[in-house]
Design a protein around this ligand. Structure first.
Ligand SMILES: [Zn+2]
Length: 396
């Protein structure tokens, strides 16, 4: 089935800043078939046309770091552990719906209890649950009693680590998540220390790459980032350069190595000010600016689900954080669309071009003037399906 969407403006590529006015986008199944001026649109008589009026149509957004299993309450771990499996799945479906209704059409779930995120991914793909296109990590790999052990796959050496990678892939994982440092949500772990032996981390990366999947490494300190870079992981999550003393440990030489290795960083900027972070936002902004200046791909991502980081609207706050760090609006939007998606492993997505995935949103104002326009998009189309329409006209 083909549907023609007509809109006053279609932003086709946020980084190149190209747009078509009085435009039509033809969507065929889950792909964009054609985009161009309305008066040249190849629309045959049997094609349904949806008129989005004065709205701006653009690519849907990415959140490269979410936790569907966490509900963003004050203690999401406790509330998750209190639920049985059907209740966990229900909660995850709610998270997925919230994400996609806020304009997120692609997300990476970087840690959920065994098998659950893969199930939600498949339900979304089959059209039975509304949500973003998902890449899921399954259970995070962590040292015994390490960060997120309560839902993790605990590894105590290289042999066990290789088994754990295969276990997660067998359970449906698309990528592997590894806790390279401790985390603030898990008592008894140290965010400042590299917590997995080098040989174990190397085995995880080798086994994952052998199976053709990427590795996302949680690293909160300079020591952790260094270990992740040495092991040649694919993306670094959080990527904060906290020194062993708990201060500013930014390391220019390490960032250069990171850039040369082609590793992307997801700085997980969620709702600004929602979560007490030990390092002020201005300093973290400087780190992001340093990474960006060195040519490191930046991934928009929020860590949604952790305390007071709701699955709704966080990605827009995160974009504001990137702007505060000195990225231009085009660069910040690129981190959430084509450039970011490609770096996160999703090709042919994040732009409104023929052959690209039909993941698009429509908003009332042009987000290139103010990214706030992306909050609560009235229309969301994910994988060619209308999953949200509050215009009262479209998709009738
Ligand atoms: Zn996380």
């Amino acid at each position: 089935m083909t549907i023609a969407y007509r809109a006053a403006t279609v932003i086709t590529d946020v980084l190149a800043d190209t747009a078509v006015h009085d435009a039509v986008v033809l969507i065929e199944a889950d792909r964009i078939a054609w985009v161009g001026p309305a008066d040249r649109a190849p629309i045959s008589a049997h094609v349904e046309t949806v008129d989005l009026g004065d709205r701006v149509l653009l690519p849907g957004l990415m959140d490269a770091h979410v936790h569907l299993a966490f509900d963003a309450s004050g203690d999401p771990v406790e509330s998750m552990l209190a639920r049985d499996e059907p209740a966990r799945l229900e909660s995850m479906r709610r998270s997925a719906r919230q994400l996609v209704e806020s304009g997120v059409t692609f997300a990476r779930d970087l840690g959920s209890p065994r098998g659950l995120s893969a199930r939600i991914r498949d339900e979304i793909r089959d059209g039975t649950t509304p949500g973003p296109r998902l890449m899921v990590a399954g259970r995070p790999l962590t040292r015994p009693s390490g960060h997120c052990w309560f839902m993790g796959n605990e590894v105590d050496g290289p042999g066990r680590a290789r088994d754990a990678v295969r276990e997660e892939l067998d359970a449906g994982a698309d990528l592997i998540k590894v806790m390279v440092t401790g985390g603030r949500m898990t008592a008894g772990t140290d965010p400042l220390r590299f917590e997995i032996p080098e040989t174990t981390l190397a085995a995880i990366v080798d086994e994952a790459h052998h199976h053709g999947v990427t590795v996302a490494a949680h690293a909160l300190s300079t020591a952790g980032v260094r270990a992740a870079v040495t092991a040649r992981v694919d993306t670094i999550e959080h990527g904060t350069f906290i020194s062993p003393q708990g201060g500013d440990g930014f390391d220019t030489a390490l960032v250069r190595e990171l850039a040369d290795a082609g590793i992307a960083v997801c700085p997980t900027l969620g709702v600004v000010g929602a979560h007490a972070h030990p390092i002020p936002l201005e300093i973290r902004g400087g780190w992001i600016a340093g990474l960006h200046a060195a040519g490191v791909p930046i991934l928009a991502g929020t860590d949604s689900g952790i305390p007071r980081h709701p699955h709704v609207g966080g990605v827009v706050d995160g974009l504001k954080g990137l702007l505060a760090a000195g990225l231009s609006t085009r660069q910040a939007l690129a981190a959430a669309t084509e450039a970011g998606m490609r770096a996160a492993g999703l090709p042919m997505a994040g732009a409104v071009k023929p052959g690209y995935l039909a993941d698009v949103i429509a908003v009332d104002e042009d987000p290139r003037s103010d990214v706030e326009a992306l909050l609560e998009p009235p229309v969301v189309i994910a994988a060619g399906r209308i999953v949200k329409d509050t215009t009262g006209e479209a998709g009738a």
